[in-house]
Design a protein around this ligand. Structure first.
Ligand SMILES: Nc1ncnc2c1ncn2[C@@H]1O[C@H](COP(=O)(O)OP(=O)(O)OP(=O)(O)O)[C@@H](O)[C@H]1O
Length: 248
């Protein structure tokens, strides 16, 4: 990393988050240093999305805390594509402009400067000619590029990505990975939920292995040891949907 970190440290202190009182994330304690490029990995149902949404402040924390050093840190979240409605009649440029909403406020329309910025973000992700195109006419990979353009204009210090390379081809994945590397080079803190462990080992210096509880957090090579992976798998296999609600 070249720049001094501008992203916050992210501390998870004994964090528990539930769905209908069943713990999806259970007493997790972990820390990501300022400017980290870190992956959050674990089996299906391990609590990764719930954890990411808790860090973003979008899912209620039942116990423990999420602490971001630098209380004014701007946070941006790339949600999982599968959870998004793409049939809404909206143009690509307007989706990118949504990223400026917190600066514009609810009642101020985007001006020329904001539109130029949104257009530049579209160009940065290879969608320069798409500004007036309806979102419904985009492929999954193009839509993911569009969501990255919206993240770009948000200019966040902490960037949270939920399966950013899902359903995209190798070229799109490589282009979007280059954006992540750029954010990391700018000293932002980047946390990404991922399933591709080869990619994680190649590109992400730090890692949290989750199986509802934190199995390990730290340098990727250590976290993804065979013993830790086996433990995560066993804990996932032992998952009991009928287990009693968390008393925490
Ligand atoms: N809206 C919901 N209502 C009830 N339970 C939920 C809800 N969302 C998730 N869960 C449960 O919480 C647990 C963790 O889910 P979560 O989506 O956080 O896991 P994940 O690690 O992101 O999974 P995946 O890798 O499959 O995307 C799972 O057991 C899931 O069934």
């Amino acid at each position: 990393m070249s720049a001094a970190p501008r992203g916050p440290a992210v501390e998870l202190a004994n964090l528990t988050a539930t769905h209908q009182r069943h713990p999806a994330v259970h007493h997790v304690t972990a820390r990501f240093a300022p400017g980290s490029l870190a992956a959050i990995v674990g089996p299906n149902g391990a609590g990764k999305t719930t954890l990411l949404r808790s860090i973003a402040g979008l899912h209620r924390v039942d116990e423990g805390r999420v602490v971001l050093s630098g209380s004014r840190a701007r946070v941006a979240l790339l949600p999982q594509q599968s959870g998004m409605d793409r049939s809404f009649p909206i143009l690509c440029l307007d989706v990118v402009l949504q990223g400026l909403w917190s600066r514009l406020g609810a009642f101020r329309a985007a001006g020329g400067a904001e539109r130029d910025r949104a257009q530049a973000a579209l160009e940065a992700v290879g969608l320069g000619g798409f500004a007036r195109r309806p979102v419904a006419a985009m492929s999954a990979g193009q839509f993911q590029r569009l969501l990255f353009a919206r993240l770009l204009v948000q200019d966040a210090d902490l960037i949270l990505l939920d399966e950013p390379f899902n359903a995209v081809d190798a070229r799109t994945a490589a282009d979007l990975l280059a954006v992540l590397r750029r954010w990391h080079g700018e000293g932002r803190t980047v946390l990404a939920v991922l399933h591709d462990l080869d990619l994680v080992q190649r590109e992400f210096p730090d890692c949290l292995l989750l199986a509802r509880e934190a199995i390990a957090c730290g340098p990727t090579a250590e976290v993804l040891s065979a013993a830790n992976r086996l433990r995560a798998r066993r804990m996932a296999e032992a998952w009991d949907e009928a287990a009693p609600a968390c008393a925490a």
